[in-house]
Design a protein around this ligand. Sequence first.
Ligand code: GDP
Length: 511
Amino acid sequence: ANVLKKDIDHVFKALEFADKESDIVYKKNTVIHNPQIIRDIVKISGCRFKIIAKPKEELEEEENKDAVPAPPAPVEALRRRPPVVCVMGHVDHGKTTLLDALRNTSVVETEFGGITQHIGAFEVHLQSGDKVTFLDTPGHAAFSAMRSRGAHATDIVVLVVAADDGVMEQTVQSIRMAREANVPILVAINKVDKPGVDIERTMKSLAQYGVVCEALGGDVQSIAVSALKRLNLDSLVEALIVQAQMMELKADPGGYVEGVVIESQVDAKVGKQATVLVQRGTLRQGCIVVAGTGWGKVRILKNAEGGIVTEAPPSTPVVVLGWRELPAAGDVVLEVPSEKRANEVMRWRHNQFMKEKQQSDLEVITVKAAEHNALYREQLMKRRAMGRFRVRATGPRDKMIQDDGHPTLSVLVKGDVDGSVEAILNILETYDEHHTVRLDLVHFGVGQLTPNDLEIAEAFNAVIFAFNVDIPPALAVEAKQNNVEVKRHNVIYKLVDEVKQLINQKIPTTQ
Ligand code: GDP
């Protein structure tokens, strides 16, 4: 049978993981077709999974019906493209401030001159004509959400380290994540406007984690900035350009478009819209694209200033209108030649999804996972060990509500794919330590809301956050009857904002 190498890796990782548990039975020498499904099942259900072996011809025949990326472009077709940058670092070190400053002080005034909207990514234009594209969600979220589906959107990580605080836990995590993804780091030493900050000490502690700045003889560029006072931001952008030149980032601006969905949402005024980061080809009005289980014919392209653009070459983020079915963040965007072809791909993907669902007993993932499932529990425990908030849902139901007088917000998170759930949990983790209000994650999972989720939420008095997932109407009614709040979102930062709001409401007022 014909097995892709990445599939094999997934199977072996899955089997390795599964092997640690005693009650899992598997048959060796089978071929896996969809690694994501296997990963979901092993990670989340942990109970059982079925791997279907298929003859090579059948695999090939099926693959032909899906849309797939084109083979690598010939060298002579490649043109330079701007770098795509993700800002990471410890909480409170100034990532958001830096992004805000960069977003609104684009070195050259844009022709639209409007206020830059949050569309998930934005471009900074330099007088020289160079450009840098920034992903607009700070922290691990954007990075891991993009990575979870194998869409490698980031070329360079800007590691923000506050000079007054130095290297902290998430600084180290960010370094690790960048390393694992093989993405070079550029250090922004922030808050240098503060009196008495020691830039050299910050560099020295970074060096202990293998990030050796040029000033210390290493090859990592570092720029001292103040995001708040907007000092030295142009040097930062220029350093990014230099880094990009060294990397010789190139893409073919011709041929079929490829890209990745950065954000998607239904806007009250304009309807379905998604921000697409173009990675290959040039997106134009009239292009027909498929992305995940979504597709559309590009009607309008808009930039972050709300201006209409006629074309989006590689590394350009654009808001795309014209979706028939809205894709999700992280979905790979592929141009297809016709609407007929798009429909064919959609049919194929839908069938494939249904088939996989049947074959693999996907329901196991959500049903009573928290109670009966050793691996799931292990995952929860790991999160507890890693994060700062407590994860419950493992104890007997009647002891669940233990009021120790500490104001607590309990939440249950369901998301469409494990990348989005992971991204949300990563952000929630970083917000907890600031508040006198404790954040309790009582349960989390992938897939639509189930009666079990509702039961858990009710027992813990938790608010349900559903990200890009359906809520069966019957469950919505039941939730209402049982006073369980269900909040639906399809933009991660809006979801997180709402969690923060709820937390703030619970902060005790000092008398
Ligand atoms: P994030 O959690 O990394 O996104 O950090 P924020 O951007 O929210 O910044 C955290 C705090 O640090 C805020 O109160 C900012 O005003 C402050 N801050 C950010 N950058 C600077 C800076 O360059 N200088 C000073 N003095 N404060 C800063």
